[in-house]
Design a protein around this ligand. Structure first.
Ligand code: SAH
Length: 404
């Protein structure tokens, strides 16, 4: 349906809230972000409102949600001349779900990311499914304003599942809205038990990081299971035990789990018990930097080491310090590997590209005096798709290395 006043793409747009780009800011349908510096005029647009983006000559570029508060003031949702109404949201949600369902024999997956923001043409919206519960995260004012419409559309696409809102404080503050936290409408269960490739996890709604689990690691968790048989495994930055549970179920002799968060370790302990592997696990509440050094001094060795730290580089200016941190833990981990042992090492920092990560691992290997074969580059799970023209959609990178 065409909104009043707007004609075909590339033609002049006459009415409705308009954001006019500066001359020299031509847009091709590639990247949806518009920064304040590119905007000539958006004075008639309400914060959070739908806006038609036009170039300096008035030609239609796309349509998105506008917010004058953050530097990234508009994210384009469509490059076509269509209204961003409830039907549009439902179409985009249905497409995102259908993409995931087509790779599963049994329809939409019961665990995993169903909607991932820019990568699914819905910038500012994340929807994760934990069995009978959907966890929704709005990261822009535009999406937060349409929460009810999104919930209704999700109901039409997926059937009536309980919806838990879990907005992150950072983006909400940046965008200027009250982060939603709690059930939308009827309350669902306090906890859900989910199955990730045969391994069980308990998720407490509203607790912990992200929407509950690190779903982006689901495929790498399975890789760890396949490498673990009859080995001693080190799961550093274990959170609720994703890698260790998979490794122990995959036949690991024993696993050492390290995290500095007591809350995360308590949940890990519960997950280990749920999978019947607790007696082969040792949980260590410590700073990984210190504990790796201690293990090295103690002469410990492992057949599989996983390093899955939080983002050390939260901004570009912190990059050098972050690289030093990554290098340090990788160097120490490499020294703990048995001959023939495997290292799965990750960085989820947006600001550390794959090539830089590989380079710092190379430096660490040289300093550690360890020769390693690159078995495979690693990435985020395929339900967190990467859009070629939106490099920001690729954030989790890793290496599978084998000690020679
Ligand atoms: N591997 C996990 C996700 C790890 S998230 C999974 O697959 O589910 C990163 C974890 O690192 C968090 O649980 C956080 O508490 C922990 N952490 C952050 N800094 C740390 C440090 N210096 N030492 C130990 N743990 C740390």
């Amino acid at each position: 349906m065409k909104p009043a006043g707007a004609r075909e793409a590339g033609r002049r747009v006459r009415r409705g809230p308009v954001l006019r780009l500066k001359r020299g800011s031509p847009r091709v349908p590639a990247h949806p972000w518009i920064f304040k510096g590119e905007v000539a005029d958006a004075s008639a647009v309400e914060p959070g409102a739908e806006v038609t983006v036009v170039d300096a000559t008035g030609r239609f570029v796309g349509r998105g949600y506008y917010n004058p508060r953050p530097g990234l003031c508009c994210r384009i949702l469509t490059w076509r001349d269509e209204a961003l109404d409830a039907a549009f949201l439902e179409r985009r949600l249905a497409d995102a779900v259908a993409r995931r369902a087509s790779s599963e024999a049994s329809g939409p997956p019961s665990l995993g990311r169903l909607v991932w923001s820019e990568a699914d043409g819905l910038p500012g919206l994340v929807v994760d499914r934990y069995d009978s519960v959907l966890v929704v995260q709005c990261g822009t004012l535009g999406m937060a304003r349409r929460r009810r419409e999104i919930e209704a559309a999700l109901g039409r696409v997926l059937g009536e599942l309980a919806v838990f809102n879990k907005d992150e404080d950072g983006p909400a503050q940046l965008e200027g809205f009250e982060p939603a936290h709690g059930w939308a409408g009827r309350a669902g269960p306090a906890t859900v038990e989910v199955d990730e490739g045969g391994v069980r996890f308990t998720v407490t709604l509203g607790a912990g990081h992200k929407t509950g689990l690190y779903l982006d690691q689901s495929q790498n968790h399975r890789r760890a299971a396949g490498l673990a048989a009859d080995r001693d495994v080190l799961d550093a930055f274990c959170y609720t035990g994703g890698f260790a549970c998979h490794a122990l179920r995959g036949g690991a002799r024993r696993a050492v789990l390290i995290d500095s968060s007591l809350e995360a370790l308590a949940a890990a302990r519960q997950n280990l018990a749920l999978n019947g592997v607790a007696e082969r696990a040792e949980l260590v509440a410590a700073n990984v930097f210190d504990e790796l050094r201690r293990l090295e001094r103690a002469g410990a060795r492992f057949g599989l080491v996983v390093l899955d730290p939080p983002p050390f580089a939260r901004s570009r200016t912190r990059l050098d310090a972050a690289v030093r941190g990554y290098k340090e833990i990788n160097l120490r981990a490499m020294r703990l590997l048995d001959r023939g042992g495997d290292l799965l090492t990750f960085s989820c920092s947006h600001h550390v590209p794959q090539a830089r990560f590989e380079e710092l691992c190379r430096d660490a290997a040289v300093d550690a005096g360890v020769s390693l074969r690159l078995v495979a580059p690693l990435s985020q799970a395929s339900d967190h798709p990467v859009i070629l023209t939106i490099p920001e959609t690729r954030y989790l990178k890793g290496l599978h290395l084998e000690a020679l």
